[in-house]
Design a protein around this ligand. Structure first.
Ligand code: G3P
Length: 226
């Protein structure tokens, strides 16, 4: 995945489901092309294939279950099947879909064996350290209390970001750090990059915005300035 990156998490917002998901993904695609920046999207499972068919962006799942192979797993999110639907990666252990460490470890292994990118979420610098030992491709530090708050982690808790970057670098330098929670403007992204991350996860700042295109363009300009 080209860095720095903006990963737009569509969550289960009505503004980003069904036809709205395709339209929002197309908006992200247009901004990524116009500004030549790296944007990825994480729609709900049922929107992965329609979104993949509509854009050239990288598409992520919001979660995978610790199920190694397709089979009799009713209701499970199976990585190899989601790859068939069009994902190139997945979030793991998002604060809204927390997992036991053993399952996180299994899912990172499944992602590697299936050949998709793993972006593991962590709520604290301490959690980034234990997850770094499991060797995901990326760790996204996202303090739970700031998610959806509109108060960005890079501004409200810069020390959490720098601690996470330092801890991950010490525990497993191959893991790249992203951050998320409360990102709403270009300054939040510039600060996240200044603090040592290589990109952000964002949801409500884009999905719930009255003008997502305007927000995405501001994000893209901040990303280009690095
Ligand atoms: O995965 C990113 C998400 O949890 C951040 O949410 O609404 O604060 O951008 P939000």
């Amino acid at each position: 995945m080209r860095l720095p990156v903006i990963i737009v998490n569509f969550k289960a917002y009505g503004e980003a489901t069904g036809g709205n998901a395709v339209r929002l993904a197309q908006l992200c695609d247009a901004v990524a092309r116009e500004h030549d920046v790296s944007i990825a999207v994480a729609p709900q499972y049922h929107d992965i294939a329609p979104v993949k068919d509509a854009v050239s962006l990288q598409v992520f799942a919001q979660h995978i279950d610790p199920v190694a192979k397709a089979g009799a797993f009713t209701g499970h999110a199976v990585a190899e099947n989601l790859k068939e639907a069009g994902i190139v990666g997945t979030l793991i252990n998002h604060s809204e879909k927390k997992m036991a460490e053993a399952d996180i470890k299994k899912c990172i292994g499944i992602a590697k064996s299936v050949g998709i990118v793993s972006v593991c979420c962590a709520a604290t610098p301490e959690e980034t350290g234990s997850i770094a030992e499991l060797a995901p491709d990326f760790i996204a530090i996202e303090p739970t209390e700031l998610i959806g708050s509109g108060v960005s982690v890079s501004k409200a808790k810069p020390e959490v970001v720098t601690q996470s970057v330092d801890i991950v670098s010490a525990r497993n330098s191959k893991v790249t750090v992203l951050c998320g929670a409360g990102i709403t403007n270009g300054a939040d992204i510039s600060e996240a990059l200044r603090l040592g991350t290589r990109g952000v996860l964002v949801a409500s700042g884009v999905v719930k915005s009255p003008d997502p295109g305007k927000v995405l363009a501001e994000f893209a300009n901040a990303l280009k300035l690095g």
